[in-house]
Design a protein around this ligand. Structure first.
Ligand code: MG
Length: 367
């Protein structure tokens, strides 16, 4: 089987809540997502999706996805999409770095592999653990009382895990954490995610001020060293996200006892192949994981579901259903949350069919 063409489609994904805001005053109203189609001489097409969290979160941006696909695409014609290890090496030789560009291609090739094998991707990634798994709800940064009310509403919809977007003014962040903790019940899990927004001294003040609460602290500061310093001075369970972008970072974090949980975003690692490698390493080391992506619609949500559902349950801290945050569905067959939980499709591949009318005309064709 050979790759005969690669196409890209641009899809706008507006947010149900109108806006998603996090640390440092950053926010996005409409996500710019790229759907990637990998066509083959066997007549089967695989689909992937990449959606950066705006241009100012990770070193990734929406136009960069498309520019990177134009650069990489010609190098992949004639390659066998089922040989994921080889394909990733080919991509790395053709384009140094830029893992997010490669993510959509890799995802599409897993979709293809599943389709030709007649198996859902989660089975190919290791097997299905349990009937479904826990989701978390990200709570956009707002005044404390509004965030508490937002959590109360999502709790009524079945969510039991919440990730508060903090990383703003430390005094207000302390209030945010306290206001939300007050509306939770035993068994619920609360994560305060600063998304690198605090300086080291601010982070220490916040973690000390919420010392009496059951809360996880996620990526308080910009650098790994600042985070490690905070980690060493707080009893709270600790999550690293932005600093964990590959196996070297994971191994260093493990050696330093720098975290209890890591956040594995598919595009941050460069696709399902590399995210699975990180997932399996974490599972072997006993590090729990949040499995998700930077953002996305139905196709990204399907890919998250397959990776999360094939992660041993005790080590899957939580995962995300981005398709419930946005107003546009870019594919049929994607998993839909039920009472704060999600399950991967049992259909071959990712189990999704992109909606042609939503994709519109291709913005890039390499053939
Ligand atoms: Mg995070």
């Amino acid at each position: 089987m050979k790759i005969t063409a690669l196409r890209a489609y641009q899809v706008d994904l507006p947010l149900r809540e109108g806006r998603y805001a996090w640390s440092g005053g950053k926010s996005v109203d409409v996500f710019d997502s790229t759907v990637v189609a990998v066509e083959t001489d066997g007549g089967v097409t695989g689909y992937g999706e990449v959606c950066p969290l705006g241009p100012f979160y990770l070193p990734a941006y929406a136009e960069g996805v498309r520019a990177g696909l134009a650069e990489l695409g010609p190098q992949l014609l004639g390659e066998d999409p089922r040989e994921l290890g080889r394909l990733n090496l080919t991509m790395d030789r053709a384009l140094r770095g830029h893992p997010y560009v490669k993510s959509g291609i890799d995802m599409a090739c897993w979709d293809l592999l599943g389709k030709v094998a007649g198996l859902p991707v989660c089975q190919l990634l290791g097997g299905r653990y349990g009937d479904d798994f826990h989701l978390y709800r990200a709570i956009s940064q707002r005044p404390p009382a509004e965030m508490a009310e937002n959590v109360r509403q999502y709790r009524d919809e079945g969510y039991r895990r919440f990730q508060l977007k903090v990383g703003g003014d430390p005094e207000e962040d302390i209030e945010r954490i306290r206001a939300v903790a007050a509306v939770l019940s035993p068994g619920d899990k609360l994560v305060a995610d600063a998304n690198t927004g605090w300086t080291q001294h601010e982070a220490l003040r916040v973690v000390n001020a919420v010392r009496d609460l059951d809360v996880y602290i996620e990526q308080p500061c910009e650098s790994y060293e600042e985070c490690l310093s905070v980690r060493q001075r707080t009893p709270h369970p600790f999550v690293l996200d932005e600093n964990i972008d590959g196996l070297q970072a994971l191994l260093r974090g493990h050696a330093d006892l720098a975290m209890d949980v890591v956040n594995i975003k598919i595009s941050k690692f460069g696709g399902l192949t590399r995210a699975r490698q990180a997932r399996d390493l974490c599972a072997s080391l006993g590090i729990a994981m949040t499995i998700e992506d930077s953002w996305g619609g139905d196709i990204v949500t399907a890919a998250i579901a397959h990776l999360a559902h094939s992660t041993p349950t005790p080590l899957l801290f939580t995962a995300t259903d981005f398709n419930s945050y946005v107003t546009v569905a870019n594919a049929e067959g994607a998993p839909q949350r039920r009472a704060g939980r999600l399950a991967a499709s049992a259909a071959p591949g990712l189990g999704i069919s992109p909606t042609a009318a939503v994709l519109g005309n291709e913005v890039l064709a390499v053939q």
